[in-house]
Design a protein around this ligand. Sequence first.
Ligand SMILES: [Cu+2]
Length: 299
Amino acid sequence: MSTTEINRRKADSESGRREGRREFLRSASLTAFGLASKNLLPTFGWEQSGTSAPVIQAGAGGGPDYRIEIAEVEWELAPRKKIRTTAYNGQIPGPLIRLTEGKPATIEVVNKLDREEIVHWHGQWIPVEADGAMEEGSPMIAPGAQSRISFTPRPSGLHWYHTHAMANRDLKRGLYSGQFGALYVEPRTNPGLYDQEQFLILHDWEPYYSASNDGSLMVDYVSASINGRMLGHGDPIQVREGQRVLFHIVNASATETHWLALPGHQFQVLLSTGARCPRRQKLRLCGSARRSGSAPWSR
Ligand SMILES: [Cu+2]
């Protein structure tokens, strides 16, 4: 594609992209709490309070930009297929957190479980106090407590947030649970070259131990989901012919590799774990905790 063609498409797609994004945000209902705080915040920070402290409403004067509540949930993967797990804000995946590169943000995390928890802001270049990796020294959130985490998001692009608590041998904890969501950091410049965007988050459920030939234990799963629904039970992705759709794909499985295909369409992989992939190629996710941006063409 020539530079002229790219620029023309970019101009053509800009208004549609904005509309598409608004529509997506409305229809997906992923933005449980909008960006509202205009206050200047420190570059990073962390504070915790106990159960007696009032819960601060998102968007209230001086309140956090987002509020994440960790609690147990019964979740319907498909009709007559319910699981019990822990999740953020009672939904799987957790709410889409959309921040702007370089613009300080505050996220409040409320732990309603009877055990310690922690939320890791995967891929963000932030100090350990805010990062959410306890093995690096980030503080855990006590049972029933809430914490406020402030940081300046960077780098831009697709990231995700998830529990960093260790599962150990408990296949209901850690990343075997529903504690994950997309974290998208808008670049300060570069509006992008697409008409609409879609976030797809993959996960595996009902894990169990299975033996391998060498006597070691492996983890297998009964079911899997995209955006919290098993195949055939989620909302279809609706596109118009000729649209360029930017997919943000997170493999939030604890252990599994996933392959994706859109029959009749072709993906162009744009980014994979932060590295540019300039050649058009089929999309392949080659491990867990990976993230990609890709654009297929509808025909
Ligand atoms: Cu991570």
